[in-house]
Design a protein. Sequence first.
Length: 148
Amino acid sequence: MTKQTAADREAPLTDDILLTERVSHLLGQAHRRQIWMMFLDEDDVQAPLIIPCADLPSDPGETFAATGSGDVTAADALAWRVSALMEELPAAQAVFSWERPGGPQVGAEERAWARGLGAACARAGVRVRAQFVVHDRGVRVLAPDDYA
């Protein structure tokens, strides 16, 4: 039996260690403030799409007018877009990596976004497999206690 490597995109990411290794392999360390979105199928295999998204507001609760649906928060708007992408792929799970310069400690902004996007995804029917912080020295898993 051969050991799975982070570069083996076809191998299922069946546990948090393998998923963390994959995110570390793909993203390395922080260069700018943005979120990376990747997706897994029902067998925990990574979809061939990873999407960066920059210029998010600092507050996930910031609202703006949406055509025909009243005001929506930034977190809800992102969750709805993620849901639509997942239907197109198709994907069963989303993984979010919050890239930003700095150390591994979880700051107020990523704490608010992890909490806000997690709740928005739940409302949109999106299963979030994991969230990470990509910092100057690598990758850190965001445990639910980090953003509760």
